[in-house]
Design a binder for this molecule. Structure first.
Ligand code: ADP
Ligand code: MG
Length: 253
């Protein structure tokens, strides 16, 4: 049975999408069938995989609101073993519309459960908020991966995220585990980066992934070409870090 991993942190710009796309692609390159679920109305994971959002007739909005089967909305990416349940800006209205629906926090879980047979990993790229979309991801997930940027105020808001996790464990999904805390955009030349690593390790201990993602310009270039960095420039530092992280996620490091 496949594993569902939500990638969440209500802070924007911490590398949720970069991590979702590149861990997803790395797992796919290792032969694992992967589904990337984009539930951010910005649709950055969708476009980062080379999909033209304007050409889409349906997106994850139709799955959440119109009761369309996810299998009818999923599309292949050009990468073997990697499919995507895409998002478009239409999703921006979903949170308001979901409020009146029955079991509104469990809609994504129900939609994804038939897919756990087909995909070894289902990775959910969350929006930068703790709203109903992120709650749906946490209710559906087996585990949560938290990216933290090696920057000022790195841990700001993380306490609130952990409180939300506890509430989800209590009321919606008692099986939710912490997959790990991922340090991103690390710059070895900066004392600040090193301090953040220490601080995060003090708080999260062995939940911090061994692999740390360095700041690497190839990672920021790849999305504009619509390909994950692990394919755009496989030998770059950023690519290698994400490939190693994918092994750590698989437990084969
Ligand atoms: P989020 O999804 O959390 O908002 P993104 O993954 O979109 O964050 O990343 C924010 C920005 O930082 C993007 O422009 C992305 O290309 C860039 N970025 C992410 N990780 C790195 C990195 N390790 N090095 C350099 N740029 C990065
Ligand atoms: Mg994002």
């Amino acid at each position: 049975m496949g594993k569902i991993i939500a990638i969440a942190n209500q802070k924007g710009g911490v590398a949720k999408t970069t991590t979702a796309v590149n861990v997803g692609a790395s797992l796919a390159l290792m032969g694992q069938p992967v589904l990337l679920v984009d539930i951010d109305p910005q649709g950055n994971a969708t476009s980062g995989l080379g999909i033209d959002k304007n050409q889409l007739e349906r997106c994850v909005y139709d799955v959440l609101i119109n009761d369309i089967a996810a299998s009818e909305v999923i599309i292949p990416t050009g990468i073997r073993n990697l499919d995507v349940l895409p998002s478009t800006i239409q999703l921006a209205g979903a949170e308001v519309e979901m409020v009146s629906l029955l079991a509104r926090e469990q809609i994504l879980k129900r939609a994804l459960s038939p897919l756990k047979e087909k995909y070894q990993y289902i990775i959910i790229d969350c929006p930068p908020s703790l709203g109903l979309l992120t709650l749906n991801a946490l209710a559906a997930a087996d585990s949560l991966l938290i990216p933290i940027q090696c920057e000022f105020y790195a841990l700001e808001g993380v306490g609130q995220l952990m409180n939300t996790v506890q509430l989800v464990q209590k009321h919606l999904n008692q099986n939710l585990e912490i997959e790990g805390v991922l340090l991103t955009m690390f710059d070895a030349r900066l004392n600040l980066s090193i301090q953040v690593v220490d601080e995060v390790k003090k708080v999260f201990g062995n939940k911090v992934f061994k692999n740390i993602i360095p700041r690497n310009v190839r990672l920021s270039e790849a999305p504009s070409h619509g390909i994950p960095v692990v394919i755009y420039d496989p030998k770059s530092k950023g690519s290698e870090a994400y490939q190693e992280l994918a092994k750590e996620v698989m437990g084969i490091d």
